[in-house]
Design a protein around this ligand. Sequence first.
Ligand code: URP
Ligand code: ZN
Ligand code: ZN
Length: 468
Amino acid sequence: MGTLFKNGTVINAGDSFPADVLVEGEKVVLIGQKIPNGNHKIVDAKGKYLMPGGIDVHTHLELPFGGTISSDDFNTGHCAAAFGGTTTHIDFVIQPKGGSLHDGLEEWHKKAGHKAMIDYGFHLAITDLRPEVMKEIPSLVADGVTSLKLFMAYKNVFQVDDATLFRAMMTAAEHGMLIMVHAENGDVVADLIDKLLAEGKTDPYYHAVSRPSAVEGEATGRAIALAGVAGCPLYVVHMTCDEAVTQLRLGRQRGLPVMGETCVQYLFLTVDDLKKPNYEGAKFVCSPPIRTEYDQQILWNALRDRTLQVVSTDHCPFWFEGGVKGRIAGKELGKGNFAKIPNGLPVIEDRMKIMWHYGVNGEHFDANRFVELMSTNPAKIFGLYPRKGTIAVGSDADIVVWDPKKRETVSARTHHMNVDYNLFEGRKIKGGVDKVFLRGSQIVDGDQWTGHPGQGQFLKRNAYAAVL
Ligand code: URP
Ligand code: ZN
Ligand code: ZN
């Protein structure tokens, strides 16, 4: 007995078509017309879309950062992701200072294994590239970790210098791995922070002033140039502005294997949100900072013209009122000093519905491009395709039954993320999740959770993945 999705419309990146979809075990086994009911469990998808589960390739669950720890773990974060239609994510393992890459990997496996409710993979963020660590990099491929992340910012925390970045790129090129960068010039940011604080400019808004778009553009251009020299594929994370997108477009025009993502927040929020009174601006503090309406238009254009390949979240939530009611410390840490506000935002649950409402209903792109940005391209770029990222015979049955007529007012009162505010509070949207299946098992049914901890699997990803 399998599960038979009847009367729905399949939406993949390449096409949309009315079809029944039969799932047996964890896989899609048949896609066709009028498949007999047999003794299958029937899911009536009339009037609904069947889309491959969302893949969020940029998350930070339970991340020690900014003097505290991000507030969603592999249980709450997974549950929230699934309610939003995301069935796979890739989290960033951080190499401990003085430790090995495998020390970090082991730590993240411990955090995830018993809690996981959706499927997950890991990137490895290198913070300390000693010679023995360089030698360790190729062995990650056998562990299913095929992407390396280097931070060009967060001086004295995660930041690496250009020599480190370049060496990692050379090794990645040799072993079919992908290099990812957080592109901001961390040295310049550190000096600007000192200057602003010395001038008594301590409010959350000055976080954005300390990280101008030119600083992101410069680092993006530098990373692209170095990737060109190393001959290594590059993926620039959380791109926010004209200066950075222009560098990416130029690199691609030159034929370099360089790609980029933006995140939901950069398409909707502006620097004015950081000016909200009563310290509320701290709710919007992330790096790079949110920018201007002009930059938002640049990002939408870059999603349409394929300069950008992916929309992810950089989900890294911190309580607004932390340190009380049994909560870990959060954004309150930065009262009186913007540089101490933990950087990061809660987005994992809202990605698909916000991008559908404004992207598809708002006619920035069609439903196929939506699937491509949310699921198919992430799977291709990060070595998971065609197991993930498409509804096809032989693929994992990660299926989102999407109701294009569903209406919702987004709110922290109803979201599942472990955080006391929502970036999109009060927005009225149309289109959202009806049901979610992970490898054939139903995990979300309307507002009911039907999954269980430990159900999510670690995904070993392939090297030599696509460059789009
Ligand atoms: O503000 C952010 N983005 N926090 C998470 C860490 C990172 O830079 O991705
Ligand atoms: Zn970053
Ligand atoms: Zn991040």
